[in-house]
Design a binder for this molecule. Structure first.
Ligand SMILES: Cc1cn([C@H]2C[C@H](O)[C@@H](COP(=O)(O)OP(=O)(O)O[C@H]3O[C@H](C)C(=O)[C@H](O)[C@H]3O)O2)c(=O)[nH]c1=O
Length: 189
C-alpha cells in the first residue's frame, strides 16, 4: 500500500495495491494489519455510504466531539470528490489549517482523517458514491457542523460557489470560532 503524508502530517493519502488481470483488478481496500504497519492502529466499528446525485454536492464540514470522536478512512467507489480535512485540535500548531485530496474510483486512493479534524467533501462528478469507515458510532448529540465557506478557513473547494448543493443542516452550520468556543466550554458531548 502506498502511503503519502499530506500538508497536515496526521492526514494521510493511502493507495492500496490493485492486482490487475484479464478480468479487471483485485484490491484489499482495508486490511487492519497493513494499516497498523503504517501507524493506523485502531478498530473501525461503522461503515458509511453516501450517494450524491449531482456534481457540486458538498457534505461537511463535520466532526463528532469527544467522547464520540471518530477517525475516518474515506474512499470513492463511483465518481470523484475533493475531500477536505481541517485541523481543529486546540493545541495544534496547524489549528485552522486545511488540506484537500482528490479521491476517485478510478485512482482507488483513500484519505485517513484522524479525530480532531473537521471532515467534508464536494463531489466532482454526478452519481458519486463515497464509503468510509468510522472508529466510533454515530452520535448525533456530539455532532457539530462548521460552514464550508468560513473565511477564517479559506478553503478552496475548486467548484463555483453558485453550484454548491448543501443540506439544511450545513446551510445553518457554525463558524469555526463559534465551534471553538463550544468545544472550549465543553457544551457538546
Ligand atoms: C453521519 C450519519 C448520518 N445518519 C443519518 C442522519 C440523517 O438522517 C441522514 C443524513 O445525515 P447527514 O446529513 O449528517 O449526512 P452527511 O451530510 O453525509 O454527513 C456526513 O458527512 C461528512 C462528510 C462526514 O464526515 C460525516 O460522516 C457525516 O456527518 O443519515 C446516520 O444514521 N448515521 C450516521 O453515521
Amino acid at each position: 500500500m502506498q502511503v503519502t503524508a499530506t500538508a497536515l502530517p496526521e492526514v494521510l493519502e493511502l493507495i492500496p495495491k490493485r492486482v490487475a488481470d484479464a478480468r479487471g483488478y483485485f484490491s484489499e481496500t482495508w486490511n487492519s494489519k497493513s494499516l497498523a504497519q503504517v501507524g493506523i492502529d485502531l478498530s473501525f466499528c461503522q461503515d458509511n455510504e453516501s450517494f450524491s446525485a449531482r456534481k457540486g454536492t458538498l457534505r461537511g464540514l463535520h466532526i463528532q466531539a469527544p467522547p464520540n470522536a471518530q477517525d475516518k478512512l474515506v474512499r470513492v467507489v463511483a465518481g470523484a470528490i475533493l475531500d477536505v480535512a481541517v485541523d481543529i485540535r486546540e493545541s495544534s500548531a496547524n489549528y485552522g489549517k486545511w488540506v484537500g485530496v482528490e479521491l476517485s474510483a478510478a485512482k482507488g486512493n483513500q484519505i485517513f482523517v484522524p479525530q480532531g479534524f473537521l471532515h467534508g467533501f464536494v463531489t466532482l462528478t454526478p452519481d458519486t458514491h463515497v464509503i468510509y469507515k468510522c472508529s466510533a458510532f454515530y452520535a448525533p448529540q456530539s455532532e457539530l457542523s462548521v460552514r464550508w465557506d468560513d473565511p477564517v478557513l479559506g478553503i478552496d473547494w475548486g467548484v463555483q460557489t453558485d453550484q454548491i448543493i448543501l443540506s439544511r443542516k450545513d446551510e445553518q452550520a457554525l463558524s469555526v470560532s463559534e465551534l471553538g468556543a463550544l468545544l472550549k466550554c465543553g457544551a457538546v458531548a
